[in-house]
Write a protein of this length. Structure first.
Length: 137
């Protein structure tokens, strides 16, 4: 199973992230957005940040999680390449993300993400999980 894939949206980019369970799909969603920003294979997992969020449903939880990732990227001036997520049944997420301070002399600069959108955001759980989101570039 692939981790994620992209689809074209006018002036934006969409992605689908996959996983055997909700945790893995959310982890792959983190990987998908940071591969838009830079090449995650060049990002060392030197520093770690942990956070928790609670939302009212899985779609809102996905939105809040992706927003939190962008927040730490912008405020801490970091790129992330490893994502560990644990989601409980009451839409509570615990995450640990690992990465390093941005060094544009060493890290590939791809595309800046301005915002996460709710447009066409979806969480589908069958025997596997598929997430879909669109980011504003």
């Amino acid at each position: 199973m692939k981790n994620f894939e992209y689809f074209d949206v006018t002036a934006d980019i969409g992605f689908k992230a996959y996983g055997e369970n909700l945790n893995e799909a959310f982890e792959n969603a983190g990987l998908a957005i940071f591969n838009i920003i830079s090449d995650t294979s060049d990002i060392e997992a030197k520093n770690e940040i942990s956070f928790e969020i609670t939302s009212e449903d899985n779609v809102s939880l996905l939105y809040d999680y992706l927003e939190e990732l962008l927040f730490y990227h912008e405020v801490e001036f970091m790129l992330f390449s490893e994502f560990y997520v644990e989601i409980s049944k009451n839409f509570h997420l615990k995450a640990t993300i690992k990465g390093e301070t941005i060094d544009w002399d060493r890290h590939e600069r791809k595309t800046e993400i301005k915002a996460i959108t709710f447009h066409k955001m979806d969480v589908r759980e069958t025997h596997d999980v598929e997430l879909q989101a669109i980011v504003d570039l």
